[in-house]
Design a protein around this ligand. Structure first.
Ligand SMILES: Cc1cc2nc3c(=O)[nH]c(=O)nc-3n(C[C@H](O)[C@H](O)[C@H](O)COP(=O)(O)OP(=O)(O)OC[C@H]3O[C@@H](n4cnc5c(N)ncnc54)[C@H](O)[C@@H]3O)c2cc1C
Length: 373
């Protein structure tokens, strides 16, 4: 059985690793030229019931612990005046919660666990054509081609494989502008102090200024704004960004002043509850299957998809279609409520009452009074 995985992100690599653990070979076709071709972005918190569980299935829990930063779970929420609304500090050294790990460290950890030839770099899939006798012919940018019996689309938000299964359209839900502050402790100690070891969210009306500490000592700044009909280039100007935060405490907007290279992008999502009719020899995992707003679940679910699909394929090596069918049914049921919750949180974060709503969200409710009598 020749298994092709389109996309070597967190989902695709986790899948390849767990299949490899079970003695099942798979080729990951990745469009990037090498592991260092592109910056991998900020850090992620991996949840015990999803991302961490997948790493345990991959036999990588120990490596994860040595790379992860439990102290990165610390987070503060401020209002635009700089007043603290919520301050959460995790138990020192505890891995019981949702420890942070830099995306690049996590991807390296997965890549290092695979045989060297498991990833075919510089293979951007442009088309997959079903073969009459089963399987798919794959065509890559530049004219190269390959065949496979089973095709798994792990090719992210703008998946090429998805179009073979569903015509679900993406909707534009928010704009995110990211900036980076390198060597923060030395160059901007005040900002390093403000952000702390984890995450900071400054919540205004319809907009958020966030900052996150990475393991390399840099700070990643993220500006979230509502979806608007402006040209993305508008957001490349720091002056324009600072104008959007006019009236905010200057100690907060200093994060924008100090940030380099504002990079805007549209945040998109698939309709919640997207599913497709099973087709032989093909399926999707991760963002290709269920792109949701980035509120902390996408990578965790992508990795759990990978672990669940790998377990089904390993349990049923002679019947990949039954394995895919079982995986798909369970994945649709698991991810639907998570996608709905993510959409609700995304809308809440960019609403006029976001600060109150978020504080309520993070404040444990008092216990119900015991019934009288
Ligand atoms: C700003 C931001 C913050 C986020 N924070 C979190 C968080 O804290 N926690 C969390 O759980 N999730 C988070 N997410 C979501 C998370 O990043 C994604 O859900 C996750 O990366 C999905 O993994 P994936 O493997 O499905 O796709 P990806 O990680 O996008 O990987 C897809 C891979 O496929 C490759 N590829 C794409 N097209 C092709 C092609 N045609 N041919 C070959 N290769 C291709 C890409 O180069 C990439 O390597 C965040 C997302 C964003 C945007």
């Amino acid at each position: 059985m020749r298994i092709a995985i389109a996309g070597g992100g967190l989902g695709g690599l986790t899948l390849a690793r767990i299949l490899h653990q079970h003695g099942i070979g798979a080729v990951v076709y990745e469009r990037e030229a090498s592991r260092s071709a592109r910056s991998q972005g900020g850090s992620l918190d991996l949840h015990p019931e999803s991302g961490q569980q997948a790493l345990a299935a991959a036999g990588l829990a120990g490596r994860f612990r040595s790379e992860a930063r439990p102290e990165g779970e610390e987070h503060r929420i401020l209002d635009p005046a700089g007043r603290t609304l919520v301050h959460h500090t995790p138990q020192p050294g505890s891995f019981a919660g949702r420890p942070e790990i830099d995306r690049s460290a996590l991807r390296d950890l997965l890549l290092d666990s695979l045989p060297r030839d498991a990833v075919a770099w510089q293979h951007r899939l442009v088309a997959a054509t079903p073969r009459p006798a089963g399987g798919f012919g794959l065509t890559f940018d530049g004219g190269r081609s390959a065949d496979c019996d089973v095709l798994i689309g792990a090719d992210g938000a703008r998946s090429v494989v998805r179009s073979l299964l569903t015509d679900a359209k993406l909707s534009y839900v928010a704009t995110l502008v990211e900036l980076s502050i390198g060597d923060a402790d030395r160059r901007h100690p005040d900002l390093a102090d403000l952000v702390g070891p984890g995450n900071l969210w400054c919540v205004g009306v319809n907009q958020i200024l966030a900052a996150q500490r990475l393991g390399d000592g840099s700070i990643r700044v993220g500006i979230s704004l509502r979806a608007e009909d402006r040209h993305m280039d508008t957001y490349r100007s720091k002056r324009a960004l600072l104008d959007m935060f006019d009236g905010w405490n200057p100690s907060l907007t200093a994060l924008i002043e100090a940030g380099d290279n504002p990079s805007p992008r549209r945040i998109e999502a698939m309709p919640t509850g997207t599913r497709w009719a099973h087709q032989p020899g093909i399926t999707l995992i991760g963002d290709a299957a269920h792109l949701m707003p980035p509120v902390g679940e996408g990578a965790n679910q992508a990795m759990l998809d990978a672990a669940e699909l790998a377990a089904e394929l390993a349990a049923n090596p002679a019947g990949p279609d039954a394995a895919i069918r079982t995986y798909e049914e369970a994945m649709f049921v698991r991810t639907h409520p998570i996608a709905e919750m993510s959409a609700r949180i995304q809308a809440m974060m960019l609403s006029p009452t976001a600060a109150d709503d978020i504080v309520r969200f993070f404040t444990p409710r008092p216990a119900e009074p015991a019934p009288a009598g």
